[in-house]
Design a protein around this ligand. Structure first.
Ligand code: PXP
Length: 238
């Protein structure tokens, strides 16, 4: 059965916009799990723009499924992961000025550092996944550095305009899945997936888990709006 990891970063984005304590990504994670999510993902960014250290610490104690910590491969983040011990770590590239993760890791270029950091994380019992483009060289390099999983970056598939380009991107993803499987790498996928574009990717066999954030949080805000307004109206005794 295909698994769903729900990324709750943007609950924290709303909280940080006001600098207050709600909405709490910990509460969102509990609701996602109660609705059937197979895992909770958070990205602790170096600039702490959404998820905070406190969130990761509390999520470690409260998540009942699997906690996947997305992070840059810095010494600071590796130290945090070794302290918190999430079930899985997904290593991602991180740029200070990007709005969201913009591409996959260049595993081929970063081989020696990655090998060392992955070994440290795996020794602590953490499953390690690398966020990569659907590119055969990156997948081979991921195997070489000792990753357990790759997470295929689906952003380009989601962004291209024409159906021809979309088919090309799906083919790239399909080839990437089969290359990873041959190397015994587990395969996850994510980024940019929404209620309209996910179907064709689900139809490709071999993806174990999808990590989805923005579209689920966006939908949650809208489908919850009616109830939130009705509750406030009740307090106004209308
Ligand atoms: N996977 C990775 C590695 C990511 O960096 C992100 C974004 O934080 C996601 C999945 C989720 O992407 P989206 O928010 O577009 O669903």
């Amino acid at each position: 059965m295909i698994k769903l990891g729900v990324n709750v970063d943007h609950i924290a984005t709303i909280r940080q916009a006001r600098g207050v304590s709600e909405p709490d990504p910990v509460a969102a994670a509990i609701l996602a799990e109660l609705a059937g999510a197979d895992g909770i993902t958070v990205h602790l960014r170096e600039d702490r723009r959404h998820i905070q250290d406190r969130d990761v610490e509390i999520l470690r104690q409260t998540v009942k499924t699997r906690l996947n910590l997305e992070m840059a491969m810095t010494d600071e983040m590796v130290a945090i992961a070794l302290k918190i011990l999430p079930d899985a770590v997904t290593l991602v590239p991180e740029g200070r000025h990007e709005l969201t993760t913009e591409g996959g890791l260049d595993v081929a270029l970063l081989q020696s550092t990655l090998k060392q950091k992955i070994a440290l994380l795996k020794q602590a019992g953490i499953v390690v996944s690398l966020f990569v483009e659907p590119d055969i060289d990156q997948i081979r390099a991921s195997h070489k550095v000792g990753a357990d999983y790759i997470e295929i970056h689906t952003g380009t598939y989601c962004e291209v305009g024409s159906s021809v380009e979309r088919r090309e991107q799906l083919q790239r993803i399909e080839l990437a899945i089969s290359a990873a499987k041959k190397l015994n790498l587990g395969v996850n996928a994510g980024h940019g997936l929404d209620y309209r574009n996910i179907g064709p990717v689900v139809a490709l066999a071999g993806i174990e888990e999808f990590n989805i954030g923005h579209s689920i949080v966006s939908r949650a805000v809208l489908v919850g709006m009616g109830q939130a307004v009705r509750e406030m109206l009740q307090l106004l005794k209308r």
